[in-house]
Structures are given as structure tokens and as C-alpha cells.
Write a protein that binds this ligand. Structure first.
Ligand code: ACM
Length: 767
């Protein structure tokens, strides 16, 4: 009985039924291949399917495939000796010897027809064919039998440099994790591992000639707690570690087997506090230095003197020997505080003798010397884009991180460029609502933003664009204490980045990527990767239209997950409302509701709370100002003399001083006496939306937009933060900030951003 009617009942939704029956399953390969043609038929893989290879490279791929099958599905395929004439029901690996001439090094093909499978590619290409083929296998294979839709797939990378970086200086990461990181990189066809080995907070590579680099430089007495820099609070917990030369070789070899080249970064002349703690004579000013316990940039900088160059050449000589396959050595060059150079008689003398006009040129002199040394050893130098500032070293490759400007300049000067702009490729930046995300360095680079990364800026001509050799994701670990946190920050954003650096622009589409993502997440689950569970699609702030009093919020859970929500402000859990249909929300004029959700994966993992505000408040219209005219520079301020206990009082008082400024800085106004201040300016709102503003102040302060109070942090108090939100139309809006200082500490920090997304400092010139 049951059998009889189950099918018709299921097929009441006829279109759904037809879709399910006849549409071919689509593969979910990431990064998206150049072309996949579905051929309409199927291949059945079973325990009799033979693995056929005819050379060493092919046998290696076959072994990797069998290893994967055994580990994930509990069976292996037979491998006949030699190449049989009848290749029915086989997976043929065409690697070195039979690959068509002209197939590029990393290019590959996969051909699946009812008779069998062919994987074609040489070297890395054969390895990438395998990586894609593994992604084509279903999550489960029962009894060693599955069917694979027939396809003709051809693929090759857009860029020859596809990198992932890892900072092991801020937090040391064990070799076991580096191997996992490399495995995951290889899975998504990355081919360069940028290993950031030295930092202010720790030197991580054994150098035999200078043992104190690791005896002293690899250890710090403690680490700043969370963000408690001012006043400083340490965690009272020593941190450190380093890689022996044997371990470095082990990691480099492990990466090589995955077709990944490991590039060492030995930072100079800045970010060198740990080395200088070990050997203080490397600085221009000898002092007692410590391995730093906080983040930022520090005065400890290598002094450009002969003994320092000798030290660095000795270090690089050992490093080069450990990384024989890397064409590059990265020497950093970023964020150099030049104060010690300015104070050093030796450096001032060097400027005269070498004809260097300023400290940027001293930095350039430093880097050029190192480049000469590296070039003579057959290595190429990579530096962060700061090395452009005093004149670029003749053969340097530029890693452009402060946006793409440095990269554009370098490409126009015919230097190779690797793009790693903070706005797209910094995987240490926040990826969600700062109120519910775990502690991170700040900023907002969500999955979709990473996906939109294109390493080639539009400003470049086709010839100039050839100098962009690729892109890279950077992972700075100030706020990643352990591998779990690295995984949370890196995944799934690394998958989006993989597509930016591998896939052709014409096949890239975020919606399509999101459809392919669940299968990848299931795979990451199997690999015990603690990725960040993506927000439900459709969750975003809503401002109701003027005649609207209700709305419906439709959310799409990613397959393999469920959504639970609340509307009463409470934190959602798996006992809250399960999402089954669009959420209806009615709002009286002037009111708001908060839709709080959690996403729960089928394996029980839960996301943090992801929320959206739905508001029936009128969006404040933009002023008549436009970018074109009239242009307002900076802002005006009025300073009030006297002792106040509320900003309200300022309104009835004559200002003592009036003027124009470009920042909300307090110190220039009055450092010694009690006072009040009002600033007036315009703020440029980039898009329609609900905006959050926050004031962190000691004493009272109020922030108004278009004459409405948005944040009230008024009154006499010690340091305190208040925030508020307001719907704003795109364009210029009036902003007024009032503040008073009464005795003791003086502090004012302002922040703003789209609610639940970014939150950045509101520091100065407002448009
Ligand atoms: C950098 O992020 N300082 C290169």
C-alpha cells in the first residue's frame, strides 16, 4: 500500500518532481572551472572500476585517489599492472607522457562518459585534476557504488600566483596545523604559502649562527589581553615557540608534494623587535629591548649599518638553504617607524654619503642592498608596497596591501605585483556584525566582498595588467590565538578568494558560488575545519517604505542547516522558532523590531547570533549638497570656556573661540582647563541604510544628525560608550558633535557604519 501512493503524493508538486528526476546533478567544484559541459549520460563507479596510470606521476595521483577513497568511503579501486587494452570501466590518469602538447603546466581536463573517466594534466595539472575529481564525488558512497554525471571539463588558472599567507609571529602555530592549512590550500588550488616567520612579538625560525634569535626572540613574557592597550592589561601567560630547521624542511617538503611553493618572510627593517631583543646592537640606539607583548608598530628598527647587513646576510644565507624551491624571499618592508633613524648620527651621516634625501630613501637603500644580495644568490625579492616610497629596488616584486595603488604604480613601472588589498584579501578583518563576532582586528570583509576581489584593477592597460601575477589572502594572527580561531577567520572566505585568483571572470558569479558552497562546507566538516557558518541569505536591515506598516522577511538556509529566530530581543537557540516560512513583521510608525537568528548545521554546530533591524522610521533625506558643488572642506568648531556638567548648557553660551578643523581631536582645543566644544560638519553617507553611531567618551558627548539626537552619552562620567541608529538616505547629512571636558581624563572616540556591518572610526574630514 505504502509504496503505491508515496510516489503520486510526492509528485503532487509536479514541477518539483520533474526537476528532481530529470535535472542532472551539478558538480560544486571550487574554484569554478573554466568550462564544464554536461553530456547528459552517467558513469557508474563501482568496486570493479580500475585505476590506470602509466608513469610515476600517474601512479602518485592514483595512490592519492585510492587513499582518499579508503579514508572517506572505506574502499579502494584495483590497479592493474601496465595499461590494459580494454579500458572499459576505468579511471585513466594521463599525466606526464600522454598529455597533449600545448597543455599548460597547471591546466587539466576531466572527461567522464559511461565507459570511463579520464584525468589529464601534467605535474600540478594532474594534481589539480585529482582535486577537482575528488570534489565531484558525493558526500557518501555506499557499497562502493555511485554514479557520476558525464562531463567534459577543461580548466586552467587565471593567475600563476595564488597565495595564502600565515603570520606565526603574533601567535605560534604548530607544524601539524601548518600541514592541515597546506592540505586545505591545495584542495582549493593555491600554489604559494607565504610563511610570515618573524615579528615584533616572536622570531620563529631557528638560525644556527644566531641562537639567541630563538632562545630570546621566540618568547614573550605575556600577551595583551583582548584590546586592553590603554591602560595596558597583560594575560600573565608566556607565549612562544619556533620551528627548528628540520621542521622548516619538513613543512617545505610537505607543501612541495602538494604543488605549493613556500616563501619565507624575514621582516626588515621594521617589525624586528624580537630580533633586536635578542641582539640589541642591531638597533641604532642600544637599549634594553623586550619581545613586545602588544600589537602595532614599534620604534625598534634595524640600523642600516654594516654589522646589521652582515647579520641579515648570514640569516638569509641559512634561510635560502632551507627554501631551495622558492624563487622568492620576502623581506617585509612595511610599517617602518623611522624615529631611531632620524635620531641616529650614523644614519644622518649615511644620508650624506649615499646622497639620500630622507628616511624613505634610507629604507630604499636598505632594501636595495638586500635585493642585491638575494639576486646574487639567485633569489628574487618581494616587499610590501612601502618599499616603493623611497624608490623601488630594481627587480623587486611588490605585494600591494594598502589598497591597490602601490600595485598599480609598480605594474606601470613594469614590476611584478601580487595583490593583497586589505579591503578584499585581509582574512583577519571582521566578517560580520561586530557585536556578535568573536574578537578580531576590526574592519569588515564579508564573504561576498572577498568574492568580489579582482586582482587586476581597471586602471591598468592590458599590457600593464600582465605584471599582476596574482593575489593572496593574508592572515595576521594578533587576534587568533590558536588554529581553531584561524579556521574560523579563514573559512569559508579562503574559498571565495580561491575563485578570485583561479577562475576566469566570465565564469564567476557569487550566487552560483553560494549554491556550490554547502557541498564544500560538508567537506570541511569531514575535515574538522571550524569554519564560520554563513549568515542566512536574505537577512539584512529593512527600512519600511513610507506607506508600509508590515513586511515579510524571507530567508534561505543553506542546505544542510536550519534557522531558528526570535523577534522579542532574546538570544535565539534551537528551542526558538524554527524558520519554515517568511517571517511576518508589523510595525507602527516610529517603531523597530530586531530579527535575531542562529544557523544550526545538521552536525549540531551553531553559528553566533546574526541579526537584522526592521524599522518603520522615516529615512532622513540627504541635503542638497552634492560631490560637485558646493564643496565643503573640513568642519567648523566652537570652543566654550568654563566648567559644564552637560552639553545642553553649551547652547546658551557665547563661544570663546571659533575656527575650522579637519578632525575631532580634543588636545589642540584645550589641554589644561575645563571646556566645551561643538563641531559642525557634513558626513557623506555611501548608500541608503540604517546607520549606527557610537560615542566613547569621558566626559559627556552627544551626536546629532540632521538636527536629531542620535547618540546621547551626556553627563559627567568616566569612560563610557553609547550608541544609536538612524535611517539615512545616500548623500550628505549634517552632523553636530558636542562634548565637554570636566577634570581628569579627556577622551572622545566616534565610530559609525551600517548597522550590523562595518563600524569604523569617524575621525576627521568627512567627505
Ligand atoms: C601589513 O599588513 N602590515 C603588510
Amino acid at each position: 500500500m505504502k509504496r503505491h501512493f508515496s510516489l503520486p503524493v510526492f509528485c503532487l508538486f509536479l514541477s518539483l518532481c520533474i526537476f528532481n528526476v530529470s535535472a542532472p546533478a551539478q558538480y560544486s567544484i571550487v574554484p569554478k572551472p573554466s568550462s564544464i559541459k554536461y553530456l547528459g549520460s552517467k558513469f557508474e563507479l563501482n568496486r570493479q572500476t580500475r585505476l590506470i596510470a602509466d608513469d610515476e606521476a600517474g601512479f602518485k595521483i592514483a595512490a592519492l585517489l585510492n587513499e582518499y577513497l579508503q579514508k572517506n568511503y572505506g574502499f579502494k579501486l584495483p590497479q592493474p599492472a601496465g595499461v590494459p587494452r580494454n579500458k572499459q570501466n576505468s579511471i585513466v590518469i594521463e599525466s606526464q607522457s600522454v598529455v597533449p602538447a600545448g597543455l599548460k603546466d597547471e591546466a587539466y581536463g576531466i572527461y567522464i562518459v559511461p565507459q570511463g573517466v579520464r584525468l589529464t594534466g601534467k605535474g600540478a595539472g594532474a594534481f589539480y585534476a585529482l582535486q577537482s575529481f575528488l570534489q565531484m564525488l558525493p558526500a557518501e558512497i555506499k557499497n562502493g557504488r555511485t554514479t557520476l554525471p558525464a562531463v567534459d571539463l577543461a580548466d586552467e588558472p587565471r593567475f600563476r600566483y595564488r597565495g595564502m599567507h600565515l603570520d606565526v609571529g603574533r601567535h605560534f602555530m604548530p607544524v601539524s596545523f601548518l600541514k592541515k592549512y597546506l592540505d586545505l590550500m591545495a584542495q582549493y588550488k593555491f600554489n604559494y604559502f607565504h610563511w610570515h616567520l618573524t615579528e615584533d612579538q616572536g622570531w620563529r625560525i631557528e638560525i644556527k649562527k644566531y641562537p639567541k634569535l630563538t632562545e630570546v626572540g621566540a618568547w614573550r613574557k605575556e600577551t595583551v589581553k583582548e584590546r586592553q592597550l590603554n591602560p595596558y592589561v597583560g594575560d600573565n601567560f608566556p607565549h612562544g615557540g619556533f620551528y627548528t630547521q628540520e621542521q622548516v624542511k619538513e613543512v617545505v617538503a610537505y607543501a612541495k608534494a602538494l604543488h605549493i611553493t613556500t616563501i619565507p618572510e624575514i621582516e626588515m627593517p621594521g617589525h624586528s623587535a624580537a630580533a633586536i631583543a635578542a641582539y640589541p646592537e642591531l638597533a641604532c640606539k642600544e637599549d634594553k629591548y623586550e619581545v613586545t607583548t602588544t600589537w602595532g608598530i614599534f620604534k625598534q628598527t634595524y640600523c642600516p649599518k654594516e654589522t646589521t647587513f652582515k647579520f641579515l646576510e648570514d640569516v638569509l644565507t641559512e634561510v635560502i638553504a632551507l627554501f631551495p624551491d622558492s624563487p622568492y624571499v620576502h623581506v617585509g618592508g612595511d610599517e617602518v617607524l623611522q624615529d631611531q633613524w632620524k635620531e641616529s648620527l650614523m644614519v644622518q651621516e649615511l644620508k650624506r654619503t649615499e646622497n639620500l634625501k630622507d628616511e624613505h630613501e634610507v629604507q630604499s637603500y636598505f632594501i636595495r642592498r638586500m635585493e642585491k644580495f638575494l639576486n646574487a644568490k639567485g633569489k628574487r625579492l618581494i616587499g610590501w608596497d612601502e618599499i616603493l616610497e623611497g624608490g623601488i629596488a630594481p627587480n623587486a616584486t611588490i605585494m600591494s596591501w594598502r589598497g591597490v595603488k602601490g600595485g598599480i604604480q609598480a605594474a606601470k613601472a613594469k614590476h611584478d605585483v601580487i595583490m593583497t588589498p586589505t579591503d578584499f584579501a585581509y582574512l583577519d578583518y571582521g566578517q560580520g556584525d561586530p557585536r556578535t563576532e568573536p574578537l578580531n582586528i576590526g574592519g569588515y570583509v564579508p564573504l561576498e566582498k572577498v568574492y568580489s576581489f579582482d586582482p587586476v584593477p581597471k586602471e591598468l592597460s592590458a599590457d600593464e595588467a600582465k605584471f599582476i601575477i596574482g593575489g593572496q589572502g593574508n592572515v595576521w594572527t594578533e587576534y587568533m590565538k590558536n588554529p581553531d580561531k584561524v579556521e574560523y577567520m579563514v573559512f569559508p572566505r579562503m574559498l571565495a578568494l580561491a575563485e578570485s585568483v583561479w577562475s576566469k571572470p566570465e565564469v564567476r558569479d557569487y550566487k552560483d558560488f553560494i549554491k556550490r558552497l554547502p557541498n564544500q562546507l560538508a567537506r570541511l566538516d569531514k575535515q574538522n575545519v571550524l569554519y564560520r557558518i554563513p549568515e542566512p541569505t536574505g537577512l539584512g536591515n529593512v527600512i519600511l517604505g513610507s506607506d508600509q506598516t508590515s513586511t515579510e522577511i524571507a530567508l534561505s538556509p543553506i542546505p544542510g542547516s536550519r534557522i531558528f529566530y526570535t523577534l522579542d530581543g532574546s538570544e535565539p537557540s534551537e528551542f526558538s522558532n524554527p524558520y519554515t516560512a517568511p517571517v511576518k513583521i508589523s510595525l507602527t510608525p516610529g517603531s523597530s523590531a530586531v530579527l535575531k537568528t542562529i544557523v544550526m548545521m545538521n552536525n549540531g554546530r551553531k553559528s553566533s547570533t546574526y541579526s537584522a533591524v526592521i524599522t518603520n522610521r522615516k529615512m532622513l533625506p540627504a541635503s542638497a549638497l552634492t560631490d560637485a558643488a558646493p564643496k565643503i572642506e573640513g568642519m567648523t568648531y566652537q570652543v566654550y570656556k568654563g566648567t559644564f556638567n552637560s552639553v545642553q548648557i553649551l547652547d546658551g553660551v557665547e563661544p570663546a573661540v571659533k575656527g575650522e578643523t579637519k578632525t575631532f581631536a580634543l588636545k589642540p582645543l584645550n589641554e589644561k582647563e575645563n571646556f566645551g566644544v561643538i563641531w559642525d560638519a557634513y558626513i557623506k553617507v555611501p548608500e541608503d541604510g540604517l546607520y549606527d553611531f557610537a560615542i566613547d567618551s569621558d566626559d559627556g558627548a552627544v551626536l546629532m544628525i540632521d538636527d536629531q539626537t542620535v547618540v546621547d552619552n551626556d553627563g559627567i562620567h568616566t569612560r563610557k560608550t553609547s550608541s544609536g541608529d538612524v535611517p539615512l538616505a545616500k548623500g550628505f547629512h549634517k552632523i553636530r558633535v558636542k562634548y565637554f571636558q570636566k577634570d581628569g581624563e579627556m577622551l572622545l572616540n566616534l565610530r559609525w557604519g551600517i548597522k550590523g556591518r562595518n563600524f569604523t572610526g569617524l575621525s576627521g574630514l568627512l567627505h
